[in-house]
Design a protein around this ligand. Sequence first.
Ligand code: HEM
Length: 497
Amino acid sequence: MGLVIQDSLLEVILVAAGLVILTAHHFHNAYKYWARKGVPTIKPKFPLGNTNTLLPQGFSVGPVSKTFYDELKREGHKFGGVYLVTTPNLVVVDPDYVRDILSKDFQYFADRGFYHNKKTDPLIANLFVIDSDDWKNLRVKLTSTFTSGKMKTMFHSVVECANYMKEAMVKSIGQDIDMKETVGRYTTDVIGTCAFGIECNSFKHPDAEFRAMGRELFTFNFRRAIKSFIAINFPKLAMQLSLRISVEKVGNFFRKVVTDTVKLRQEENIHRNDFLQLLINLQESTNFTHDEMTAQVISFFIAGFETSATTMNFGLYELARNPDIQKKLREEICQVLDKHDNKLTYESLSEMKYLAQVLDETLRMYPPLPTLNRRCTKDYTLRDTNVVLEKGTRVLISALGLQMDPEFYPNPKKFDPDRFSEESKKMRHPFVYLPFGDGPRNCIGLRFGQMQSKIGIATIIKNFRLSVSASSKPLEFMPSSFLLQPKQTIYLKAEKV
Ligand code: HEM
C-alpha cells in the first residue's frame, strides 16, 4: 500500500527524490535504448533528454511534439525515438502508422499511459486517464450520454448561454475584449447547465464558483509543475508516493455539487436532460460509485469548457484577422437564419456548411490537444519492420505536426476554410487531421464540443464585426502546456453589425 503524506512535505520529498533518481539513472545507458532497436533517434541532451522544460504545465508534452515530428520528417523517417528525461517515447510520423496505432491495431494501444492512482486519488480516475479494462466498460456506459439525440435536447440551453454572452459583449463595444475570458464564461455557463442543470451566470457573477473552479484547474504553480514532472517522467515513483494529482479544492467542490444535486433530485423526484441525470440513471442500473460519478463529472467539466473555449478563442482571432472570411461566414449565417424564422436551431446550425469549415480549419491550426498519447499494452511489431515495441512503450502522435505539415496542407500558416470543402477533404489521408483523435479512444464529447463552439461563434459573428486590437501581441504558443495556449492574452475589438 502507498504512503499517504501531506502536500507541503511531498513537495520537498519529490524534489529530493527526483534529484536522487536523476543522478541514479544511468543516462548514458538509457539514451541507447532506441539505437539498440535500430530506431532513428533525435539526439537527447543531458539531463532532460528531448523535453524542453523541467516544469511542464500538465501531463503531456504539448506543442513540443511538433518539433519532434518536424525533425523526423525532415530526415525522411516514418517514426523515431525520443526521451522524455530518460523514458523512451516513439514518435509516429507516417499517417499509415498513425492509422495502425489509433485504429487498426488499437487492441495493442488501448491505454493513454497517464499516471493515476485509483485508490488514493479516486477523483482522477476519469475516462481520459484510466486503462484498458476499466476504460472499455466505462466508455460503453458513457457513450449514450453523447448521442445526437442528447445533443438536440441540450441545444436550446446552449443557445441561451450564447445569448448571455452576446448581451455582455454589447457592453464591451469599442473596448479591448479578452476573448478567452469571454468564451470561457460562456462555456462555463454551458457546462453548468448541461452537466448539472445549474445556472452559473458567469457574466453576471464573474467570480461565481464554477468559473473560479475552472480558473483554479488551469492555473499552474510550482507544486503542480513538480507533480507533473514526476508523473510524466517517473510514474512508478509517483505510484510509490501515492502522488495526488487531483486538485483538492476542485474535488471537494464537485463532490458537494454532485451530492446536493442528486439528493435534491431524489427528494423532489426531478428528472432533467443533463449529463448528471444520465450518470444518475447509470448509477441506478449499474454499480457506479459516487466517486466514479464525481470523477466523470469533473472530467466533463474540464474537457467541456476549456477545449471549446480555446477553440473559439483561436477561431475568433483568425476571423478577426481575416475580414473577408468573417464577412463570408456572416453572410451564410444570416442567409440560413432568414430561412428559419431567424432562429438558431439544431437544423439551421447543421445547414451552415461554411461555419463547419471555419471550425475545422481552426482546429487544424490550433488543435487544443496538440499531442495524442498511447501506451503499448502488449509487444507489437511495427508493420514492414523488425522493430518490436515492448509492452509499456509510450507513443506520441503530434496532431499539431501533422496538421501543420505543408505536404498535407500547403501554406499551412494560412487560415483557409476551403481546405475543408467536401472535395478537398476526400483528397487527403484521413489520419492527417486529428483534433478529436481517432479510433475507439477518440474524443467522446466531439459532438458536444462542435455544437457549443459553433453556437458561440455563430452568435458572435452574426452580431458583431471583429478586429484584432492594437494591444494584441503576435501569437506564440506556450511551449510547455498540455492544452494549446497563447503565451499572451489575445485582445479583440467588436462593433455592432
Ligand atoms: C472542441 C472541443 C474538444 C476537442 C478539440 C477535444 C479533443 C479531444 C482529444 C484530442 C481527445 C483525445 C483523443 C485521442 O486520444 O484519440 C479527447 C478525449 C476526450 N474528450 Fe474531448 N475534446 C473536445 C470537447 C470535449 C467535450 C465537450 C467533452 C465532454 C463533455 C470531452 C470529453 C472527452 C473525454 C471524456 C475524452 C477521453 C475519451 C476516452 O479516453 O475514451 N471532450 N478530446
